[in-house]
Design a protein around this ligand. Sequence first.
Ligand SMILES: [Mn+2]
Length: 286
Amino acid sequence: MAGATDAQTACATLRDAARLNREDPNRRGALLTFGSAGQLVMTGDLHGNLRNFEKLQRYCALESSPGRCVVIHELIHEEPEPPGRPDFSIDLLLRAAAWKCAHPDNVFVLQSNHELSQLGRHEISKGGRCVLGDFVRGVEQRYGAGAADVLGAVDDYITSLPLAARTASGIFLTHSLPDALAVDSFDLTVFDREPTPADLAPGGAAYALVWGRYHTAEVAERFAQRLGVALFIVGHMPQECGYVRIGRMVILSSEHAHGVFVPIDLGRTYTAEELEESIRKFVSVG
Ligand SMILES: [Mn+2]
């Protein structure tokens, strides 16, 4: 039975990870940058999937691979199985925060729309299910009377997340891209500053970035030109087969049995086709 001590440990882990997120040496404003040495592993949405997360940890083997970085995003809000049980994706959020604390120079987490919905308490209704309500029930089951403190530390942690990462080779990593109609007017200066509460709320640039959907190759092309990048790797739009490539953009899903990730050699450039060929399935990881 979880109790106050567990809640204290969880809060300390989340607050330590939040501090590390804010103080990342790779970070300027809301943007992480990676140089041209080593390898970077990028996932799609994880949505509480501990099985794929553990495979990712085994694949990355950060204890013995200090030159490898890993970027993950959208960790919370799983699909409870069987229906009706609480959402225990707080477990993955804590495991990822602990991974960040253990390997602060190797583990990076990006802002996502489910995290922002949790922060803003904007309920998401999914097939009649209350996504935030189920998450809170899961936190209450795990931490009992300490649940409110843990939820407060989760808010601090979510607020600390950077919005995007870019590599020296011109790959831009983000949860999603702005909607087609917002691409040309999108406020790029949001990447230069610590996201403000207004940036993170509906109508804000950070919010628009992580909520955008249904991008065409032409939209990705226009946003790539504005940013001066060659390729995008994103998540957000679920891919039953694990991934899809749309022009300069690769969309990854990491939350199910057909989930994928992509290891990138930071020392070389990629065509979109080469990036697609580098995608790996979690089922291939022992
Ligand atoms: Mn999303």
